[in-house]
Design a binder for this molecule. Structure first.
Ligand code: RBF
Length: 361
């Protein structure tokens, strides 16, 4: 009688032990599997062009990278990783490239920036409705998987136009001769035409100049791409020598270099866009109307990683949100521009900051 009872107890004990071991092993396996799956939050950055030479794209890549690093430093598990993919200058290929990124299923989030992306992403999103997108420098409302942030570029261009006209006025007042006879004209060299350029930046630039004097006009020239510095130099030379333009704004990525070189050779001045450009050619670059795309990318990626990025919404941020600015505190600005011009520019910026001058989109 004793033996069977002992055997039964031993069998129960052994069975329980074995069961526990199996459960423990399974649980452990589940934990390992779960953490392996969640450990990489994958973010893909699509550069619509080439990173080098285009400050807006440098800021995009750096901002995403920094946002992910800041998050990883705080998070124990679920670390995030970034892959940057350059789309290249052939804009006809971008949609296929973004489609491949979405089709790969490799990215929890695809980040990109420029005003042509919302249309492309709308089409890709129909084919891959699960894919999440964060788009800067563009606008798209009402797609539940897409968040967009654009900058108030009317303010940015207005501040550029204002300094361009102030500097041109100063040139005329100090007896500068203009061969064309058209004194109140400023220049804009753009890489290509696109809706934001034609409907926001060019009109904003002119509006800023006309706030200095209503007679201002803009000589608007197109390079045809975002890299041809020789072509941009040719256009700038014609504007300066033929048209008597004294101040030019350039928005042409890598081609900007040609405008700066030509301007400095002919005693003309340049207003820089998107980043602080004074150090590029001290004395020639007399204004920097900037946007903080690095901060925007950093902040929005953090929001995404914290699970609070409001997909389906479109935000517009400007001077009073801290995303658009004119750099006044650089010693190279103080050296390049007269105290009176700086004073007038500062007063105008003060009017935007105080809300007296409202430049909504
Ligand atoms: N800006 C650049 O600096 N480099 C580029 O290669 C570039 N490519 C663009 C392509 C398209 C189709 C569009 C619409 C804009 C592009 N931009 C580029 C302009 C950029 O988005 C922004 O408008 C300007 O930098 C002015 O803030």
């Amino acid at each position: 009688m004793k033996r069977p009872l002992f055997t039964t107890l031993a069998a129960i004990l052994a069975g329980t032990l074995l069961f526990s071991i199996i459960i423990f092993a399974c649980k452990n396996k589940n934990i390992t599997k779960a953490s392996a799956e969640n450990s990489a939050i994958s973010i893909g950055v699509f550069i619509p062009g080439v990173r080098s030479g285009s400050a807006v794209y440098e800021m995009l890549a750096q901002g995403v990278q920094a946002g992910v690093e800041a998050y990883n430093a705080k998070a124990d598990e679920n670390q995030a990783a970034v892959t940057v993919i350059e789309g290249g200058y052939n804009q006809a290929e971008w949609e296929n490239k973004i489609t491949s990124m979405a089709a790969s299923g490799s990215y929890n989030l695809i980040v990109s920036a420029n005003p042509s992306l919302p249309d492309i992403v709308s089409r890709v999103s129909v084919k891959f409705p699960q894919q999440y997108f964060l788009l800067l420098d563009g606008e798209l409302g009402a797609n539940p998987r897409v968040y967009t942030l654009r900058y108030n570029q009317r303010e940015q261009a207005y501040m550029a136009g204002y300094i361009a006209a102030l500097e041109t006025e100063e040139f005329a007042a100090t007896g500068g001769k203009n061969p064309s006879g058209i004194v109140r004209q400023i220049g804009l060299v753009a890489a290509q035409e696109y809706p934001v350029m034609n409907q926001v930046i060019l009109p904003g630039f002119l509006e800023g100049a006309r706030a200095v004097h209503p007679a201002y006009t803009v000589d608007f020239r197109i390079v045809g791409n975002w890299y041809d510095a020789a072509k941009a130099a040719e256009l700038a030379a014609d504007m300066i020598q033929g048209g008597g333009i004294k101040v030019l704004l350039c928005i042409a990525g890598g081609a900007n270099e040609g405008v700066v070189n030509t301007a400095s050779q002919h005693g003309a001045k340049v207003v820089w866009f998107d980043t602080n450009g004074y150090a590029i050619r001290p004395g020639t670059v007399i204004g920097s109307a900037v946007l903080y795309q690095d901060t925007a990318a950093f902040n929005q990626v953090q929001r995404y990683l914290e699970g609070i990025l409001p997909f389906g919404t479109a935000e517009t941020l400007g001077v009073n949100d801290g995303y658009v600015d004119f750099i006044e505190d650089d010693p190279l600005y103080r050296e390049a521009v007269s105290p009176l011009t700086r004073e007038k520019q500062a007063a105008m910026i003060g009017r935007i900051r105080s809300g007296e001058l409202v430049l909504n989109l």
